[in-house]
Design a protein around this ligand. Structure first.
Ligand code: NDP
Ligand code: MG
Length: 385
């Protein structure tokens, strides 16, 4: 029995994780979870899974919940997130933390979970983008496994099973192209929030759906891959593949390419991480019918069309605190776009300006990262809100 500590249970990845737990009550037990502001769903999850600890964003909501559920412990805010990742009242068994919150708030709970030597499934890519060096260093120090949940990274991880990592020539991350893959730059000037939120292949949270439309998501994934697989940026390629059937590939020194194929169902990589090293049945997922897919298409990635991807490669290459700024600026910009305060193309402009004005810190410590993240967001909010 694995004890599951789930950060972001009310989100898109979170609810799909609950579905995996629901399918395998003999293997997984939800011990603690965090939610944000969705209290109705929080109650449903408590009623169904009877966890020991729950955290939400607001103190007031935590108090109200505590009155209703006497047998559950409640927390709130940033500390509550850490408590979920480190909750320690259940002895024995294995402990698995799944980080599926949105944004850099996932950083501290992840670092704390590593200190407790808990295996971590990481969907929350912003944590690796903002402070990949700290997370990986700590994971190495404590001998902790970070199992990717992002579909591309899970695919690469699966392609690498039993392989020699030194024989990797490059990894090839596929991109569906997002909501505006058939739009020209000119057409992007007028696009709305509703159009951007309409992803052709995947149903996901709002922020990552916008990131997919700007192609920043692929940029964040390149940086995420750099840290997870310890590869330099010139060994990480991206390619457009609109069907999202191949989730990513690895090319080896003998030019063989191993690819991972599957239906676009996030429960597959979620479950893979949760059950690793075992591979178990995923009951409601349909087999991929290649005869129905027919053809697989690929197209070279166009960096002029997708400047966010280019900026992410550059920030990753530049290193130091640059990815922290890239991530914080992007989170702030997407938030402004979702509130209708800036246009779609302003997102890339805001990120560009933030990187332009930043004085790089070479090996930022945790305090530097927290400070830079906060300042980057503050400057943007003051200017645009
Ligand atoms: P959602 O927006 O659907 O869910 C985010 C979760 O985090 C919700 O539970 C939300 O709570 C909670 N949350 C948001 N902000 C805070 C905060 N400040 N403090 C505490 N909790 C917070 O996101 P997704 O599930 O789509 O994505 C989660 C992560 O997984 C992201 O990093 C994303 O990039 C990554 N990912 C997602 C994929 C997908 O298919 N969705 C695929 C690959 C990676 P509430 O809703 O209750 O307010
Ligand atoms: Mg992905």
């Amino acid at each position: 029995m694995k004890n599951i500590y789930l950060l972001g249970a009310t989100g898109s990845i979170g609810t799909q994780t609950l579905d995996v737990i629901r399918q395998h009550p003999d293997k997984f037990r939800l011990v603690a979870f965090s939610a944000g502001r969705n209290i109705e769903l929080t109650k449903k999850i408590i009623n169904e899974f009877r966890p020991a600890y729950v955290s939400v964003i607001s103190e007031q909501s935590a108090k109200q919940l505590a009155e209703q559920y006497k047998e559950v412990e409640f927390g709130f805010g940033d500390e509550g997130l850490i408590n979920v990742a480190t909750y320690d009242a259940v002895a024995g068994d294995e402990h698995f933390v799944l980080s599926a919150v949105m944004g850099a708030v996932g950083l501290l709970p992840t670092l704390k979970a590593i200190e407790m030597r808990r295996t971590i499934g990481i969907a929350n890519k912003e944590t690796l983008v903002t402070a990949g060096h700290l997370v990986m260093e700590k994971a190495r120090k404590y001998g902790v496994k970070l199992l990717p949940v992002d579909s591309e990274h899970s695919a690469i991880y699966q392609c690498l099973q039993g392989e020699d990592a030194k024989a990797i020539r490059k990894i090839i991350i596929t991109a569906s192209g997002g909501s505006f893959r058939d739009y020209t730059r000119e057409m992007l000037k007028e696009v709305t929030r509703e159009q951007a939120l309409n992803h052709p292949n995947w149903s996901m949270g709002a922020k990552i759906t916008i990131d997919s439309a700007t192609m920043m998501n692929k940029g964040l994934e390149v940086i995420e891959a750099h840290w997870l697989f310890d590869l330099p940026y010139d060994q990480i390629e991206t390619i457009l593949h609109r069907q999202s059937i191949i989730h990513s590939m690895v090319e080896f020194e003998d030019t063989s390419i191993i690819a991972h194929l599957g239906t676009p169902d996030m429960r597959i990589p979620i479950q893979f991480a949760m059950s690793y090293p075992e591979r178990i049945d995923l009951k409601q997922s349909k087999s991929l019918k290649l005869e129905e897919v027919g053809m697989l298409e690929f197209k070279k990635m166009d960096f002029e069309r997708f400047p966010c991807l280019k900026m992410a490669y550059e920030a990753g290459h530049e290193g130091g605190s640059c990815p922290t700024v890239l991530n914080a600026a992007n989170e702030a910009a997407v938030d402004l776009f979702l509130k209708d305060k800036i246009s779609f193309l302003d997102i890339e402009k805001v990120v560009y300006e933030s990187l332009e004005h930043h004085h790089k810190v070479d090996r930022p410590a945790l305090e530097d990262i927290i400070e830079i993240d906060k300042n980057t967001r503050r400057i943007i909010t003051e200017k645009y809100e």
